[in-house]
Design a protein around this ligand. Structure first.
Ligand code: DAH
Length: 506
């Protein structure tokens, strides 16, 4: 089962892992950022608007994030290494590839219809991240093995959809002052405890967007033909394109992908789906046309003709729902998740008389292929050899400046007898979960680890104890590591595995 469109999946079903980087049978995990003492170089910030949010301070001795103190409790599992990423706001640094990608996407959702926003504070309530969107209580995305909790009621957002309600409420508040702004995009950093590889990192960025239409306040379904006609008028103002689109399924399907019965008519659903599909196709075609131009400029080849396809999907707050995939360099790549927003969410967000669609996508994945960036850790680099290669408004191919030698070390251990290694139920206690192993390596070695692979696992035939062996590949993006340093890091990892997970080293 996949939990989100933009990256997270349950490892039990490796077949549905990201199409962008097909999962090998081994689990490879490059690890997180190490806070370093280098000052942030001052770079120009661009002008995406910041929506104001209320931040609530809590008692002393809490976790301090953005100058606010948050209470800690037994749910707290967010380490300093992760918190050190808060506030970098790479998407505003106008010569940074994430900002260039953000701008390219925003250009497809222009004012005055769409407001383009960013959300600075990654701390959100579990209510906004999960409950308001209809995530069931036992949804695995709520698990402490998958999500960074600040405390039982507060998390680092796992997706930008956590802000949907706030943006719908804002649209209602601005109804008189900005009536023409009926949609938005927003960009923000998101956080997931995850098994990751060269294209996965515990902190990444998403963009979210939505578009709403008003309906008559009384008996909207009686007037649904007019509502649908108004939406179709907007559909017809989106320029047509000539890219091949595979869309084999009906717009909705009673079992697999239902329309919201009793809430939306067939015509309304068809019209919103047409608007959503045309708008998102247009955006994706823009991005991938730029990407194939950049690729062809270095490869010297003719750009490949583009192909896109719509796939049925499921998200708790939209129905029907889809994913949009693009055929890119020989593979179908998932680019975004989207759907018709559940009326329940709109009713609870001060816009009961509106209907509409929403989407969300991961920025790094798109930026990696636009700029040919081979390792997701590079986005966090403060190295001028990386940063100086990119310029606002230009899609250029990244020239690797060097590849420093790798140094791998194995660690093998017995799991504590009662534990299982493959995940835990939502919330509650944490047995040994692979994400916990990853988190320890991240804590100790930060960005000096390129990936971690599970290279062996077996169960002892007599004792039934389970043994795991991980290979940790240490490599800096910026310098050659000396042996002593790696030995030291590895010893620390081994020690922490014992201290925190009660494993027995072999
Ligand atoms: N939040 C989803 C994710 O992280 C992406 C997404 C799907 C956003 C559907 C949406 C949506 O707004 O309607 O994968």
């Amino acid at each position: 089962m996949r939990l989100f469109a933009t990256g997270r999946a349950l490892r039990v079903n490796s077949a549905r892992w990201s199409i962008a980087s097909p999962r090998r049978s081994l689990i490879r995990i490059p690890l997180s950022h190490r806070p370093d003492a280098l000052a942030v170089p001052r770079r120009a910030l661009s002008s995406t608007a910041i929506r104001r949010t209320d931040e609530k301070a809590t008692g002393a001795n809490g976790t301090i994030i953005n100058g606010q103190s948050y209470r800690k409790d037994e749910w707290t599992n967010t380490p300093e290494t992760i918190l050190s990423h808060v506030g970098r706001r790479l998407y505003l640094d106008e010569n940074h590839p994430l900002a260039i990608t953000r701008k390219l996407i925003e250009s497809q959702f222009p004012t005055p219809i769409y407001g383009n926003y960013s959300e600075q504070n990654p701390v959100v309530s579990t209510e906004l991240n999960f409950d308001v969107l209809g995530f069931p209580l036992d949804h695995p995305g709520r698990s402490r093995t998958d999500t960074y909790y600040i405390n039982d009621k507060t998390v680092l957002r796992t997706h930008t959809s956590a802000h949907e309600q706030a943006y719908f409420q804002q649209m209602n508040r601005n109804e008189k002052t900005r009536p023409e702004e009926v949609g938005y995009t927003l960009v923000a950093d998101v956080y997931r405890r995850d098994a990751i590889d060269r294209s996965h990192y515990p902190v990444f960025h998403q963009m979210e967007g939505a578009r709403l239409w008003k309906r008559p306040e009384t008996e909207p379904l009686k007037h649904s033909a007019e509502t649908a006609a108004a939406i179709m008028k907007d559909v017809n103002s989106i320029p047509a394109h000539d890219v091949a689109v595979e869309d084999p399924n009906p717009t909705f399907h009673p079992e697999r992908n239902p329309l919201q019965d009793g809430q939306h008519s067939v015509e309304e659903t068809e019209a919103m789906a047409a608007h959503l599909k045309r708008s998102l196709e247009q955006m994706v075609i823009k991005i991938f046309t730029e990407a194939s131009k950049a690729a062809a400029s270095t490869a010297g080849a003719e750009p490949e003709p583009l192909k896109v396809r719509w796939v049925e999907a499921y998200f708790p707050w939209t129905s029907p729902s889809w994913e949009l995939e693009v055929f890119w360099q020989g593979d179908w790549l998932e680019v975004l998740g989207c759907g018709i927003i559940r009326q329940n969410l709109l009713n609870n967000s001060d816009v009961p008389h509106r209907i509409g669609w929403a989407f969300g996508l991961g920025l790094e994945r798109i930026a990696m292929l636009l700029f040919n960036i081979p390792d997701i850790r590079l986005f966090w680099s403060r190295d001028e050899r990386f940063l100086s290669q990119f310029k606002a408004g230009q899609i250029t191919r990244f020239e690797p400046f060097s590849k420093y030698p790798a140094c791998y070390k194995d660690v093998a251990f017995w799991l504590p007898s009662a534990s299982v290694s493959s995940g835990s139920a939502a919330g509650g206690a944490m047995p040994v979960h692979e994400n916990d192993v990853m988190e320890i390596v991240r804590e100790m070695a930060g960005n000096l680890v390129e990936d971690v692979q599970l290279i062996d696992e077996f169960t002892h035939p007599k004792t039934h104890r389970k043994s795991m062996c991980y290979r940790i590949n240490y490599r800096s993006l910026e310098r050659t590591l000396v042996n002593e340093e790696v030995n030291d890091l590895h010893e620390k990892v081994r020690g922490k595995l014992v201290d925190l997970l009660s494993v027995e080293l072999r």
